[in-house]
Design a binder for this molecule. Structure first.
Ligand code: F2R
Ligand code: MG
Ligand code: MG
Length: 320
């Protein structure tokens, strides 16, 4: 099947890829968080931490992705107001998940009655270009994986709840597409084809040049070169390309993609959450190490959510 083409819809494996994506996102987040802010991390440190920790606890990345999934399941489509209110309600229940500084201020405004598509406008000059909209967008990429016409607009709109800067929005669109292509296609036949598809979505020079640069990093032995050339920071343009690259450098191994994402240092939970979401969507839940899954916080709820999202996507209120 050609990437993004209208091939036969692989019903059976798709369910396992939805599960792989949601659980992979949460695991990347949980495995990355102990190393947040480090300059560089060795792979063996990540493996050891995963083995030694009794519980793999996730952060805001997964907490917000849960909100995206809950809203899509409930509404059967993207509904901005509902998703914004879901984020605000979930934040109130668990404000300690390590949220970025902007979103809680947006939620306050939403609760005060500011419309969902206006609340984020004044938090940062020009809007936020943080990676918060990209880190949570995976369930929407799954939900709209059969509809490449609706997907970019839905990804951009969900971004605007908290992130209105064009660079924050484009990062979320790219991450949503990477997840959608991975879920639809499964194991990727060619990194070049996926990158070419993603390049057609870029309007911003920084993403275009980083996607171009990525091809030369696929055979690069040193992971540190990925952080050096693509970034490892909290800004969407310094983390979304790095996450996609970690997946493309290890397209057949969920564990290696996620461990490498953490090893880049910087915004480790978020880069690993995004790499884990793409790798899980491509490879399916069966390729995620069982020992890690067994220790993941709220594993059963995340798994149920993935299956319910898959069922909702099959009904496809506006996607089929
Ligand atoms: N917040 C964190 N990590 C900090 C440590 C948390 C601590 N461990 C704890 O437990 O409390 N991680 C989470 O935040 C990131 C996502 O952030 P989000 O949602 O994008 O937030 P925000 O505030 O919109 O943007 C983040 C930063 O980006 C810079 N920035 C954004 N737009 C800007 C603009 N227009 N001009 C200048 N700077 C801009 C600012 O520095 C923002 O603070 C994820 O890593 C998640 O894991
Ligand atoms: Mg986080
Ligand atoms: Mg983070």
């Amino acid at each position: 099947m050609k990437i993004g083409g209208k091939g036969r819809y692989p019903f059976g494996p798709l369910r396992e890829r939805f599960r792989g994506c949601m659980l992979g996102l949460a695991l990347g987040d949980a495995l990355g968080v102990p190393f947040e802010g480090r300059r560089e991390v060795r792979g063996d440190q990540v493996w050891r931490a995963a083995e030694e920790r009794p519980l793999l606890r996730y952060t805001d990345d997964t907490h917000m992705a849960i909100g995206v999934a809950e809203s899509l399941i409930k509404c059967g489509r993207f509904e901005g107001r509902h998703m914004a209110e879901t984020f605000a309600r979930n934040f109130k229940e668990e404000p300690w998940r390590g949220y970025g500084p902007g979103p809680p201020r947006v939620f306050e405004k939403i609760e005060a009655g500011v419309p969902w598509d206006r609340a984020a406008e004044t938090i940062y000059p020009g809007g936020s270009f943080g990676n918060g909209a990209a880190m949570r967008v995976a369930p929407l990429g799954l939900y709209y994986c059969r509809d490449f016409k609706l997907l970019p607009e839905a990804a951009a709109q969900q971004s605007k709840i908290t992130h209105t800067h064009p660079l924050g929005i484009e990062g979320a669109v790219l991450q949503a597409f990477a997840v959608a292509l991975a879920a639809l296609h499964g194991p990727i036949p060619s990194a070049g084809e996926l990158l070419a598809r993603l390049r057609t979505l870029t309007g911003e020079e920084i993403y275009r040049s980083k996607l171009e640069e990525m091809e030369s990093l696929l055979g690069e032995p040193r992971a540190s070169a990925v952080a050096l050339r693509l970034g490892n920071g909290i800004e969407a343009f310094n983390s979304v390309p790095a996450a996609i690259c970690c997946f493309l450098r290890h397209p057949g191994s969920f564990a290696e993609a996620v461990v490498e994402a953490v090893s880049l240092g910087g915004d480790t939970d978020t880069i690993a959450a995004m790499a884990g979401a793409i790798a899980g969507a491509s490879l399916g839940v069966e390729k995620i190490p069982r020992g890690w899954l067994a220790k993941l916080e709220n594993k059963d709820y995340l798994d149920q959510l993935a299956v319910r999202l898959w069922e909702a996507a099959l009904k496809g209120a506006d996607g089929s």
